[in-house]
Design a protein around this ligand. Structure first.
Ligand code: SF4
Length: 95
């Protein structure tokens, strides 16, 4: 070192300017609340919602699908399901 301080960089100059204003660098104003609650399940009238074989599947984009875990049926039955021979009321599923 030669006893001389290096000239301030752009970043340090900006930081000291912020300090002088007393703002602490925190931005206020342009905030918005983001709803992180899951979307409501689709087809609320579907029989599947009361069935033990239902599994709700959420895609990476946030869409929710009704998946049937009953092996003898298609995984994604045409919705809304009004009647189903394999319907098992929630709570009646075998252990
Ligand atoms: S068994 Fe029938 S009612 Fe139950 S989830 Fe599958 S399609 Fe829906």
């Amino acid at each position: 070192m030669h006893g001389r301080m290096a000239p301030p960089t752009w970043a340090t100059a900006r930081a000291s300017h912020r300090d002088e204003r007393g703002g602490g660098g925190r931005r206020v104003g342009h905030t918005r609340r983001i709803d992180t609650s899951p979307p409501p399940p689709p087809f609320p009238e579907s029989l599947c919602h009361r069935c033990a074989h239902l599994r709700l599947v959420e895609s990476g984009k946030g869409s929710v699908f009704l998946m049937c875990r009953e092996p003898s049926l298609p995984k994604y039955p045409r919705q809304p399901v009004a009647a189903c021979a394999r319907f098992t009321p929630v709570g009646d599923a075998p252990g």
